[in-house]
Design a binder for this molecule. Structure first.
Ligand code: ATP
Length: 593
């Protein structure tokens, strides 16, 4: 990885795959096309010399004109071939980088992904990678030709007269110096521009995702203001950058093509004192004019190369970051044998989000096939504890073992196969309901999917749709109740049939009929499994094997419902509060007032 940072080109070329040779060929063809493009200038120089010296025969003129046209044609053909090849390679590289980033993203612990906004991730994978197109397809393949050509011409001019060579160089040198002003503080400006862009991306994604809440709470103005600020910020940044660059740009654009203004006076002086012939002067002027375009291109590329050198480490760092995450999953005491017993053990586990420790020295055993509820006040650490088991996050201290094996020794795939995490988040993909359920077991047959749907009590509402299981879940999603969506998520878990089930019990209100159906589906999902449920309502967990009462990240009490009633004041209070609220809701509230 370090090597990639030192040599960005090498790192990027690593993604070219079988198009690496094509990129190399594109560079060679592009170089040859620049050389061919110079043929017309040489022909014109010879032609003008011949005309001046009045020794140009008809046949020679035609030959020179034909050579000039051929040079131009060859240049065009070679250039279009090189461009086609470089684009093929560039898009292959971009595709491979995007696929790799996506692949790494899929393997990263969820918690790490959630540290970034959706907009930031989209910006990296789509926009940043897109910016590689110009450097890869143009600047990098073409720069060799546009650099070497002026060098060759200058060498040739030196053979005529070094003063003419210097004069023809003057406009290029001064123009380059003027353009170089653009690069002053370029790195910092580029960084700030990219940050502003990433913020704008993050804000727009957040704005769209949160549209429902924004409308419900009439927050349109303030949310829009945040988005507006981000957009204005990008505009201001771009204009500021442009204002800073344009004097140098205008100066460069004015000076660069004006080589005739330097060559002509110097040439005339040299002609007067017979240092050069008329023919040499004309040749120098024509050749000097011929390299102006190449030098201008070279300057244009410099800016894009800067973008490339700015972006490459960012992309490499993102890949490196995820690289660390994925290698981490296979480090530790990696044992190949499959686990046969799914006993879970937390050994002196502490966990901190950044610096804030939220779980302290937790030791806990959950034997295979038993049911455990995590209970406690809001913010006591129930979800965090459950998520550690899914490697949503990694423990800060201590270790978690399944079947005696450290959690970190499992690959993400092994872990995902072992643990079903049924969260309250009922996200449905924009695919058919059938495919949405099949996510639980990608190779499941339609019959298996339908069986799971039946067991999760989904069938009756799926059949309401004319297209049944083929209905697009995103469209149907708008017509599905929260309870129905939860049942689809449970159908996924039934299909997956993992030995360990973590259930984040829904707190959202569902009507009694839906609630009964959800409970029935939960019974199927958790049958003969090791169940860990994050419980918000005590009535649903009082019959479970063990209840773990968490308070401020510590285990305050553990045992069965009856044991906790005897031993824990907090649990007794929670139970009484639960009974009161149940009686209150059953009695309609008013009687208890
Ligand atoms: N992603 C996060 N980054 C930083 N702190 C977090 C994060 N998620 C949770 N916390 C904090 O960790 C502590 C435990 O949160 P957790 O969600 O585990 O509690 P909980 O018992 O599940 O709460 P609830 O019943 O409200 O869902 C809280 O103080 C919470 O603010």
């Amino acid at each position: 990885m370090k090597e990639k940072r030192e040599n960005p080109m090498k790192g990027i070329l690593g993604f070219a795959g079988d198009k690496k040779k094509e990129l190399m060929s594109a560079r060679i063809l592009s170089f040859l096309s620049v050389l061919a493009g110079f043929i017309p200038y040489i022909c014109i120089a010879i032609l003008l010399n011949g005309i001046l010296e009045k020794r140009m025969e008809h046949g020679r003129v035609i030959l020179l004109l034909a050579a000039a046209w051929s040079g131009y044609l060859i240049k065009t053909l070679l250039f279009s071939k090189a461009t086609m090849m470089s684009h093929r390679a560039a898009y292959q590289i971009m595709k491979n980088i995007r696929m790799r980033l996506m692949d790494k993203l899929a393997k990263m612990p969820m918690g790490e992904i959630q540290k970034k906004t959706a907009g930031e991730i989209k910006h990296l994978i789509i926009d940043d990678v897109e910016q590689l197109e110009y450097p890869l397809a143009h600047a990098i393949p073409e720069q060799m030709g546009y650099t070497l050509l002026p060098v060759l011409v200058i060498v040739f001019l030196i053979t005529i007269d070094f003063r003419l060579a210097l004069a023809s160089l003057a406009s290029s040198v001064l123009g380059t110096l003027a353009y170089s002003g653009i690069m002053l503080g370029h790195g910092e400006m580029m960084k700030r521009y990219m940050e502003a862009n990433a913020t704008m991306n993050g804000t727009i994604v957040e704005y769209i995702n949160g549209m429902e809440v924004i409308k419900a709470f009439n927050q349109g103005d303030s949310s829009f203001k945040k988005f507006h600020t981000a957009v204005v910020n990008v505009k201001d940044m771009t204009l500021k950058w442009y204002r800073r660059c344009w004097p140098y740009m205008s100066l460069g654009q004015a000076i660069m093509p004006s080589c005739i203004a330097f060559v002509l006076p110097v040439g005339i002086l040299l002609l007067r004192n017979s240092s050069v012939t008329q023919g040499e002067l004309i040749t120098s002027i024509v050749l000097a004019l011929g390299i102006v375009g190449a030098l201008q291109k070279r300057m244009e590329f410099r800016e894009h190369e800067a973008v490339f050198y700015e972006l490459q480490p960012k992309i490499a760092a993102a890949l490196e970051e995820v690289e660390l995450e994925t290698t981490r999953e296979t480090t530790g005491d990696f044992i190949k044998e499959a686990v046969k017993v799914y006993d879970i053990e937390f050994k002196k586990v502490s966990f901190a989000y950044d610096k804030q420790e939220v779980l302290h020295d937790i030791s806990l055993k959950i034997p295979q096939g038993t049911s455990t509820a995590l209970i406690g006040p809001s913010g006591s650490g129930k979800s965090t504890l459950a998520k550690l088991l899914n490697r949503f996050w990694d423990v800060t201290e201590g270790e978690i073992r399944i079947g005696g094996r450290n959690l970190k020794s499992f690959s993400m795939k092994e872990l995902t196969d072992m643990v079903s995490y049924v969260s309250q988040d009922t996200f449905l993909f924009g695919r058919s309901i059938m495919d949405n359920i099949r996510i639980g077991k990608p190779d499941a047959t339609d019959q298996e999917v339908m069986r799971a749907a039946r067991l999760a009590q989904c069938e009756e509402f799926i059949q309401r749709f004319p297209d049944g299981y083929r209905t697009n879940a995103a469209d149907a999603g708008k017509r599905l109740s929260g309870g129905e969506r939860q049942r689809i998520v449970l159908a996924r878990a039934i299909l997956k049939d993992a030995p360990i089930v973590i259930l984040d019990e829904a707190t959202a209100f569902v009507d009694p009929e839906n609630e009964d159906k959800i409970q029935d589906a939960i019974v199927v999902v958790t049958k003969n499994k090791t169940l860990i449920t994050i419980a918000h309502r005590l009535s649903t967990v009082m019959f479970l094997d063990q209840l773990i009462l968490l308070e401020k990240g510590n285990i305050a009490a553990r045992g069965s419902h009856e044991e906790l009633l005897d031993t824990s004041d907090t649990y007794r209070r929670m139970w009484e509060a639960h009974l009161t609220s149940t009686a209150w809701s059953l009695g309609g509230g008013a009687q208890n007032d």
